[in-house]
Ligand binder design. Structure first.
Ligand SMILES: C[S@@+](CC[C@H](N)C(=O)[O-])C[C@H]1O[C@@H](n2cnc3c(N)ncnc32)[C@H](O)[C@@H]1O
Length: 459
């Protein structure tokens, strides 16, 4: 059978979905691997691939439910190519402005190119046409079982719906599910060492993003409302004036509030989203140590520092606890632990998270988080500040990890986040500070990524 054509964005999207469905690897990684091998020079085609695969994964259960209603063949008996082609077609018909004829014809074209039998083309054609005919009165999942209904309607695994229903109740869970399926506007962080937010806003509004507006929660955030282009193609990106970072994530660095000249540890630096922000807040003066388990992330972090015109931090690849115990460095003034987590607060950006996670993760991941807190706390100076953050909405990874840590570490006290944030951030940040202890953001309440952060002082 001829291979899937590398020059057709829908065929490339199909390949990504087939690979992702097989082993549930990270969607972004499969996407980038397949795109690298594809022949799609036009940026719009590459963007279309991203839009299609994320859209299908976001609405997976609901699309499958609808396809099953209009098909005489069970979905799990179809081969992966046909099943995913149907999902792609259904997604385009229901969630995009792609002309319906094009959506159907392009799918059938792929089947012809692959020399699939006439009856398969007939089957796909019939199912997609039935879906189209019923577009304005689509069947609803049965609602005798609330968990099943919400799970299918909003495409979330039942165990996660059940967990959220218990915590948030029916109404709020549905709002949260909906918000977690919305594609958020892109948010950037202004490098205030290079340009003021007001000046950059004027520049962006005049030039490429007329609807750009200041983020109401941070002094450095700009929401690129309505912007569907590639941020790396904006001139300010090349000038090192901006980074892509959600406002909730920006708030974590404001909570640590590092000062120029200090020694700061970023224990889980990733590609440096927060590390570069820490350097900006320190006026690029002082010492930052950045760790991550993966070399490619540290390489990307270095690129980001270079692009932003910031001094490179000391970087290390490997387990931060083991490495620090080997090196035995002088103690730090501040430590940021942006811990690995289940990521339930960022499903709107990474829809595959909901399918990758299992309930077991809520036992395993908190152990890793507690190990980081335990292992890093000895490296903080007396009087120093440690911020623990996750992009998870789950108490097991947040309040409960913290409670366990504080029980055996009475030398740490919680500081009121509002006291620190009100020095640098707009008053609205008050909404995000709870019980004098926690910074908490939610997609459905604040339109931000879901983050948890807590600031501790070593006494
Ligand atoms: C939530 S992400 C960090 C995101 C990053 N701080 C940012 O703002 O872009 C967590 C990171 O911790 C890293 N990590 C997990 N366990 C680690 C460990 N024991 N030592 C060092 N890094 C670790 C992961 O590789 C991952 O990149």
């Amino acid at each position: 059978m001829p291979r899937l054509p590398k020059t057709n964005p829908r065929a490339v999207a199909l390949k990504v979905l087939i690979r992702w469905e097989k082993g549930k690897p990270l969607l972004d990684e499969v996407l980038s691997q397949v795109l690298t091998k594809s022949v799609l020079p036009d940026e719009r085609d590459r963007a279309l691939v991203g839009e299609l695969v994320n859209g299908v994964v976001r609405h997976l259960y609901y699309l499958d439910f609808l396809i099953a209603r209009f098909s005489e063949h069970p979905l799990d008996k179809m081969d992966p190519e046909v099943r995913n082609l149907l999902r792609l077609g259904a997604y385009q018909l229901l969630y995009t402005r792609i002309p319906e004829k094009v959506a159907i014809a392009e799918g059938l074209k792929i089947l012809s190119q692959r020399k699939r039998g006439e009856w398969i083309r007939g089957l796909v054609n019939a199912i997609l046409h039935k879906l189209l005919e019923n577009k304005n009165c689509l069947p609803e999942p049965p609602d005798f079982n609330k968990i099943y209904y919400l799970s299918v309607k909003h495409s979330f695994p039942e165990w996660l719906v059940k967990r959220w229903l218990k915590r948030f109740g029916e109404k709020e869970t549905e709002v949260l599910l909906k918000a977690s399926n919305e594609r958020p506007a892109l948010v950037i962080r202004v490098n205030l060492l290079k340009v003021s937010r007001d000046n950059l806003l004027i520049y962006l509004q005049k030039d490429q993003v007329p609807e750009a507006k200041a983020c109401p929660y941070t002094p450095s955030g700009i929401v690129l409302e309505g912007f569907r282009g590639k941020v790396t193609e904006l001139k300010p990106y090349h000038f090192g004036w901006i980074s892509v970072q959600d406002s909730a994530s920006q708030l974590v660095s404001y909570l640590l509030n590092p000062r120029p000249g200090e020694r700061v540890l970023d224990a889980c630096a990733g590609v440096g989203g927060k590390t570069t922000h820490l350097a900006e807040l320190m006026q690029d003066k002082g010492t930052i140590w950045a760790f991550d388990l993966y070399e490619w992330r540290i390489e990307k972090l270095k690129e980001n520092f270079q692009r932003l015109g910031l001094k490179l931090p000391q970087v290390f690849v490997g387990d931060v606890v083991e490495k620090l115990n080997e090196i035995k460095p002088p103690l730090f003034d501040r430590i940021l632990i942006d811990a690995p987590c289940t990521g339930t607060g960022v499903i709107r950006k990474h829809p595959d998270i909901k399918w990758a996670r299992t309930e077991e993760d809520f036992l395993k991941i908190p152990e890793r988080q507690l190990r980081l807190l335990e292992g890093l706390s000895p490296f903080l100076k007396k009087g120093g500040i440690m911020v623990y953050a996750t992009c998870s909405l789950e108490p097991e990874e947040n309040e409960e990890v913290m409670q366990k840590f504080l029980q055996s570490h009475p030398e740490f006290v919680i500081e009121d986040p509002l006291k620190v944030l009100s020095r640098t951030c707009p008053e609205k940040v008050k909404e995000l500070c709870l019980e004098g202890k926690y910074l908490k953001t939610y997609p459905h309440k604040h339109g931000l990524d879901g983050f948890f952060a807590i600031r501790l002082r070593k006494t």
